[in-house]
Design a protein around this ligand. Structure first.
Ligand code: CAA
Length: 380
């Protein structure tokens, strides 16, 4: 067992840290206020290889491992979780989904641009009546021989407005239940495919979240991913890796808030000394550090499982469940350590606290992670 990072991992982490400090930190408060994220920053993340971290270089990716992916996600998330969710969805839901299950033609046509950051992708599973209960898809895709016709609504879609490529899950045969679900590649601009207004969110406000409408959208048969009926398993397998990304995002939000709280506690004085010298604050720091380290172990273990070729359904669910709980609890503590300043935007911790909440909701709520974990535990 070896807990140390390789020199290459340290270099990758430091490159992501440097990018986050120099490129993401300036303007992060303004972007949160205005609910924007400039294309230029997405292009810069693409140029650094962050949009296709684990994709094979022959498809335009960086060819890195899952450990590198979580290191990058943690560093970006410490500063800007809106940037990191874009990275996570593009990497582990869209690029991974296409690389693992797409045809060679689909990879050549879509993956190479997605992995290099030339285009962006979205993953469209959630619906108004199918969030946690993902098998209850109401969106339909009717087989018309050489094409499908898609009708329905998708909700809360990350990168919903700015994507070029949308992976859309839809029901092709209701009688067959989850075995009658398929996944399709839909290009932006396809007639009948409309993007609704941007959601006004509590956190990750720079990220682009939309409702999508599909009205008789014609999709060629070659845009179906995998065999007929593979769509639900495609979504589940893809989400297992996505949960490693969100777990790493939660870890980054927690550790970013902790680092700010530690620094603040060494500068701020009360009752004649820096507040870190008061046991009330020192014990909070001890708890925060311990909880974050425990979350890091679970996140790294899930990434390691993926890199080793082990099944990571349970380890990714445990990492997401725990790291998101730590993110929520420890960002609240970081605000508390900052006192009145914690409630003010310029100190950053209130944003991290707002950003933390979504990590307990998207890519499977904490309750869904407990379903996955408990089923795994009982099955043995
Ligand atoms: N890998 C492969 N197959 C899997 C699987 C996995 N990880 N998990 C389930 N399956 C298979 C099952 O084996 C089963 O197939 P068989 O019948 O052939 O055995 C089939 O899928 C159905 O599985 P279940 O019977 O377990 O289905 P269920 O209805 O009980 O639900 C669930 C399972 C785990 C609750 C699932 O519905 C789920 O994960 N829900 C949450 C959905 C979710 O995470 N949504 C996030 C939206 S995406 C997002 O947030 C992206 C973003 O923009 C940030």
């Amino acid at each position: 067992m070896d807990f140390s990072l390789t020199e290459e991992h340290i270099m990758i982490r430091d490159a992501a840290r440097d990018f986050a400090q120099t490129e993401l930190l300036p303007g992060v408060i303004e972007r949160d206020n205005a609910q924007t994220f400039p294309d230029e920053l997405v292009r810069k993340m693409g140029a650094l290889g962050f949009m296709g971290i684990m994709v094979d270089p022959k498809y335009g990716g960086s060819g890195m491992d899952a450990i590198s992916y979580v290191l990058i996600m943690e560093e970006l998330s410490k500063i800007d979780a809106s940037a990191s969710v874009m990275v996570s969805v593009n990497n582990s839901l869209v690029c991974y989904g296409l690389e693992a299950f797409g045809t060679e033609e689909q990879k050549q046509k879509y993956l190479t641009k997605l992995a290099s950051g030339e285009s962006i992708g979205a993953f469209c599973l959630s619906e108004p009546e199918a969030g946690s209960d993902a098998t209850s898809q109401k969106t339909t895709a009717i087989d018309k021989g050489d094409h499908y016709i898609i009708n329905g609504t998708k909700n809360w879609i990350t990168n919903g407005g700015r994507s070029d490529v949308y992976l859309v899950i839809a029901q092709t045969d209701r009688e067959k239940g989850h075995k009658g679900i398929n996944a399709f590649i839909v290009e932006k601009g396809t007639p009948g495919f409309d993007i609704g207004p941007k959601e006004d969110k509590l956190g990750i406000r720079g990220s682009d979240t939309h409702t999508l409408q599909f009205n008789d959208v014609k999709v060629p048969k070659e845009n179906r991913i995998g065999e007929d009926g593979f769509g639900f398993k495609f979504a589940m397998k893809t989400l297992s890796g996505g949960r490693i990304g969100i777990a790493a995002q939660a870890l980054g939000i927690a550790s970013g808030a902790y680092e700010l709280a530690l620094k603040y506690s060494k500068e701020r004085k009360a009752f004649g000394t820096e507040i870190c010298n008061h046991q009330a604050i020192a014990f909070k720091l001890a708890d925060m550090y311990t909880e974050i380290e425990a979350a890091r172990m679970l996140v790294m273990k899930a990434a390691w499982d993926k890199d080793q070729g082990n099944n990571y359904d349970m380890s990714s669910a445990m990492a997401k469940l725990y790291a998101s709980k730590v993110a929520m609890e420890q960002t609240v503590e970081a605000v508390q350590i900052h006192g009145g300043n914690g409630f003010v935007k310029e100190y950053h911790v209130e944003r991290l606290m707002r950003d933390a909440k979504i990590t307990q909701i998207y890519e499977g709520t904490s309750e869904i992670q407990k379903i996955v974990i408990s089923r795994g535990v009982i099955k043995g």
